[in-house]
Design a protein around this ligand. Structure first.
Ligand code: NAD
Ligand code: IPM
Ligand code: MN
Length: 350
């Protein structure tokens, strides 16, 4: 059985994933690694962004680590064959409905954010994003021609009680091991799915998690509060689309989009999907300057959540912190290290 399936993907994906491989080989040499094409490169080679064998291999591994997918070269590909469609199919196929996106401000990076030090210093925010439902997966969805000219496009935002409840449970459970606070963000003021979201979270809280402090916040206000005073939040629970947007905003609090890892988890005992939250970064792809820390920290999450190696995870986290402490910075963090040199810096601390 493969322990870790690597899906490097496109753009900077292979560059950052290569650093994960180096770290894994040094820190956990006993782990078995496997690598497969995924995303745009898979479409080019196999005619599909997610081959059946790749999904089967993902489900059979203990954990999957994805680099990034997508890029302008696949802009003209039909939507269901695009690299991003492969990623959605992978998330759905693995049934990883709870996406943990921790926005942590490493102490040495408190001045690297575009926000003021006092706003971000000590930040430890956990976004829990619903990952296999909502407008990303709702039907109908289509673009149609209108008789009088022009077109009409439809996407459907849809959530069931069960979908909201299972991800909310993850958020409440996480909160209990942290500062015991959950803020649930939706748009119940304008959307029926938001109304149901608020109702289900409220009921579940009353039934099973009354000891956790729960607040409800409208998603637009949540975006403003994240840049105004992010430390007011502990766990921020939200749907698929809002979670996508709010987590990019939160990433910048940590200094760079290149710092934010994620773990997508499903039912206990099934493999998790680990991915940096950034994309394929076509503007810097191939230049060897991408920050590999979001990918390396995604591996750290895999060690913790899927591979049963919390001690090694702690070691890796400490190594990243120590490298930053000594001034290791890629360009996005205001430094000049290459991707490989940042990998070297972490390896040196290990
Ligand atoms: P992006 O995240 O790729 O890039 C946004 C900006 O952040 C760019 O300026 C980029 O250079 C910078 N950046 C991102 N990661 C970085 C890193 N590790 N180090 C340094 N700088 C980094 O978002 P985008 O440009 O909107 O999207 C590009 C492509 O990636 C699109 O095709 C999109 O669909 C795809 N995408 C994929 C994923 C994923 O695979 N999980 C996530 C987001 C976007
Ligand atoms: C992310 C990405 C993906 C998303 C895209 C590439 C499908 O932006 O993981 O944040 O929207 O979920
Ligand atoms: Mn995103």
């Amino acid at each position: 059985m493969t322990d870790l399936l690597l899906l490097p993907g496109d753009g900077i994906g292979p560059e950052v994933t290569a650093q994960v491989r180096r770290v894994a080989e040094a820190l956990t040499p006993a782990l078995t690694l496997e690598e497969r094409p995924f995303g745009g490169i898979s479409y080019d080679q196999l005619g599909t962004p997610l081959a059946d064998e790749t999904l089967a291999a993902a489900k059979a591994a203990k954990a999957v680590l994805m680099g990034a997918v997508g890029g302008p070269q696949w802009a003209g590909v039909p939507r269901d064959k695009r690299p991003e469609a492969g990623l959605l199919a992978l998330r759905a196929g693995m049934n990883v409905f709870a996406n943990l996106r921790p926005a942590l401000c490493f102490q040495p990076l408190a001045d690297a954010s575009t926000l003021k030090r006092e706003v971000v210093e000590g930040l430890d925010l956990m976004i829990v994003r619903e990952l296999t439902g909502g407008v990303y997966f709702g039907s109908p969805r289509f673009i149609e021609d209108l008789p009088g000219g022009g077109k009409r496009a439809v996407d459907t935002q849809v959530y069931t009680t069960a979908e909201i409840e299972r991800v909310s449970r993850v958020a409440f459970e996480l909160a209990r091991g942290r500062r015991n606070k959950v803020a649930s963000a939706e748009k119940s003021n304008v959307m029926d799915s938001g109304l149901l979201w608020r109702e289900v979270v409220t009921d579940l809280h009353k039934r099973d998690y009354a000891d956790v402090e729960l607040t409800h916040i409208l998603a637009d206000n949540a975006a403003m509060q994240i840049v105004k005073d992010p430390k007011q939040f502990d766990v921020l629970l939200t749907d698929n689309l809002f979670g996508d947007i709010l987590s990019d905003a939160a990433a910048q609090l940590t200094g760079s989009l290149g710092m934010l890892p994620s773990a997508a988890l499903g039912v206990a005992g099934t493999p998790g999907l680990y991915e940096p939250i950034h994309g394929s970064a076509p503007d810097i792809a191939g230049k060897g300057v991408a920050n590999p820390l979001a990918a390396i920290l995604s591996f750290e999450m895999a060690l913790r959540w899927s591979l049963g190696r919390a001690a090694e995870a702690d070691k890796l986290y400490a190594a990243v912190n120590a490298a930053l402490e000594k001034g290791a910075r890629t360009r996005d963090l205001g430094g000049s290290l290459s991707t490989v040199q940042m990998g070297d810096a972490v390896l040196a601390e290990l």
